[in-house]
Unconditional design. Sequence first.
Length: 535
Amino acid sequence: MAVNFLSKWFGGKLKAQAGWIDTAYAGASRIRKQLANWLPTRSAADADLLPNQDMLVARSRDLDRNNGVAAGGFQTLSDNVVGVGLRMSCRPDWRALGRDIQWAEEWGRSTESLWRTWADSTACDVSAQMNFPALTQLVFRSALQNGEALALPLWMERSDTPWRTCLQMIDTDRLSNPGYALPTVALRGGVEMDAYGRPVAYYIRKIDTTWGVLWSGLVGIGSVAGLSYGITGNWERIPAETAFGRKRVLHVLQRERVDQTRGKPILAPIIEQFRMLDSYQRTELQSAIVNSIVAGIIETPLDPAGITELMGGDPNAYLQNKCDYRIQLEGGTLIPLYPGDKLTPFVPSRPAPQFSNFVEAIYRQIGTCLGLPYELIIKDFSKTNYSSARAALLEAWRFFIGRRAWLATNWCQPVYNLWLEEAVNAGLVEAPGYYENRQYYQRARWIGPGRGWIDPVKEAQAAQLRMDIYISTLEDECAEQGLDWDEVLEQRAMEQSRMRELGLAEAPFSPAPPRGEKPQPDVAEEGVPAQQGVA
């Protein structure tokens, strides 16, 4: 039975591959006209990506530099996912630590205050040029453009800050196998791994500054034999962690397949569409410019023999007379014509009537890949009503939330863990049994930019209703708008206290009316009797 099945299976597969019979699944057919030339390879993740990564990254960067829609899409994603930075809100697991919620709130406030002294200054950057929100923006932009970002946590003593933990950003181009060796099972894309695929070390090419100046001055563009802008052939092996488990390399990428070592640019699936659309738009623009130069065509009914006879046997005299006859063209100018001549107006057919619809369709495909609706990628809401705009923005918001969670997990949280370890060891944060319970102390929530409101009144009423029926909290509602609920309440309490000191009455709170019901007036209006309450 088994032998019969295997013989049929192998025989059917060989016949299908040879094109003798069609396959059971139409999508696997090799003889159908639409699929006959479509024979993609099936390889491991790195076998598919690594040989093509350099070109994908180079083309993605070129689009970011020279294509307004691509650059605008990156900026829109950065504005909505990162904004001015992700705000850290400490959330220690007080139950697991055997504490109460009051202790957790007090511990969180003091830790957040210390964190801001490091994150909001340039102490977090080894070059002292950026703060942590700026580094986060750079990491996310690199992840979009290159598919990954790379940073080295360092421990350095500096005179401008008491903190020792700082970060050094590394260009991902410098991460590669030593000597550009072929990839192996244990070393691929500059990442050395153990038998289980866990990163053990990273190989980063060093930079020779003298050679870099000379090379960029002589060449200025591109790379030859792997040397780009002064990157020499010397590699440094950096362990992924120290002996006691502290991270030494932060490699931020989004993996889409098992055993994927390096990242892929977000534009990879649509690079071809971008390029073809650029060529199409450039052709239409050039044609429109050429067409705008030509206003009309002067036609004559005379044949060459008639012109020769008219000019006394000299056909060139006719053209010379026309060249010498010039008229200053201005608005409303009448052009006198030679006898028998007529002026045929030139009506250009550019841009093509289908140009706008075609470009819009391509932009919708591009927006689908970027997780952005057409309205956001083009910043055009003129063709959208309220319901459609809200549905599109809600769909985009789901994508933003997912990307923000990925960025917080792979970048913000590991950096916070490194900083918190230093703060605990320095005695600035009280955390008994930290190394045994670090996963409980390190819990935090990362708040990004607010979603914004399309209709502030309706959405504020909806937020109040969600809290009234206990399906949401003030913390969740504030976080959705990029705010910290604790800071909001503290600020409100301070404002109310100040208003009482000045003898100002606080504006009364007007609850939202029930759904579908309009609020009733409290006093009689003109021609309308006052409504009476019922006890």
